[in-house]
Design a protein around this ligand. Structure first.
Ligand code: SF4
Ligand code: SF4
Length: 57
């Protein structure tokens, strides 16, 4: 299952988007979101998020 950003925890820093190898993360208003169709589940975004806002489903 793809990774997901918990909206309540995301502070919109953009770190995850810069690290995603398949550009599955994009800005959505003040926060970011992962496109489940593009995510290949590598886990990089989860590792770099400073706020623990990303979970593997
Ligand atoms: S798990 Fe990997 S492929 Fe999926 S959104 Fe995060 S960095 Fe991108
Ligand atoms: S790294 Fe974490 S806090 Fe920063 S934009 Fe991504 S999900 Fe949000």
């Amino acid at each position: 299952m793809p990774h997901r950003i918990i909206e309540e925890k995301c502070v919109g820093c953009g770190t995850c988007a810069g690290e995603c190898p398949v550009e599955a993360i994009s800005q959505k208003g003040d926060i970011y979101a992962i496109d489940p169709e593009k995510c290949v589940d590598c886990g990089t975004c989860k590792e770099v998020c400073p706020n623990d806002a990303i979970v593997a489903e």
